[in-house]
Design a protein around this ligand. Sequence first.
Ligand code: CA
Length: 227
Amino acid sequence: MRVLVVEDEATLREALKADLTGAGYTVDLAADGEEGLYAALEFPIDVAVVDLGLPKLSGLELIRQARAHGKTYGILILTAHDRWQDKVEGLSAGADDYVVKPFHFAEVQARLSALLRRAGGWASPRLTCGPIELDTRAQTVTVRGAPVELTSFEYRILEHLMLHAGEVISKTELTDRLYEQDYDRDSNVVEVLVGRLRRKLDHDDTLKPIETLRGRGYRLSLPRHPA
Ligand code: CA
């Protein structure tokens, strides 16, 4: 999953990046409201963390403009503890949820993960498609109850496909989930990772969990539970 973090305090920004990268996210950073708005409109992000007190353009204005441009991804705002009005204003501007500073990183992670699940139509942190179960909190995967060891890249691909089970996901969209803005992209990597995932999830080739749609991308085609 790809997350945008807009925060002007360098220490907190870098700490969020380290924490979210450790949690398996691809992280884009912005240090002020203008940079943040550019990233919010141009980058293929899944969810955003936006501090409200930002130089150049306020967090509220950033959120209003992102929503006015039709961006529907989840937005989590960071608010100062003595500014209760911020929460109301932030939610009215189009934010989905908030955490109050100082916060525990685990809280930010839990809320982001909930926003991503809801965007994909899932109510629970355990995603189940056919015999495959993926736990977004523990970042573990089982097939018919047996654990499957995945690398962090393989996990990111599978999590994205399962969150959007039933939808066609392009190779570009998957590549965007793996790399940050300034990395060299190579969509062949996605093909290799999908190939490995198929072997790990379905070593006897009976389940066929991931369909290839020529020229369009991939689809996780096993039924969701509950549907
Ligand atoms: Ca700030």
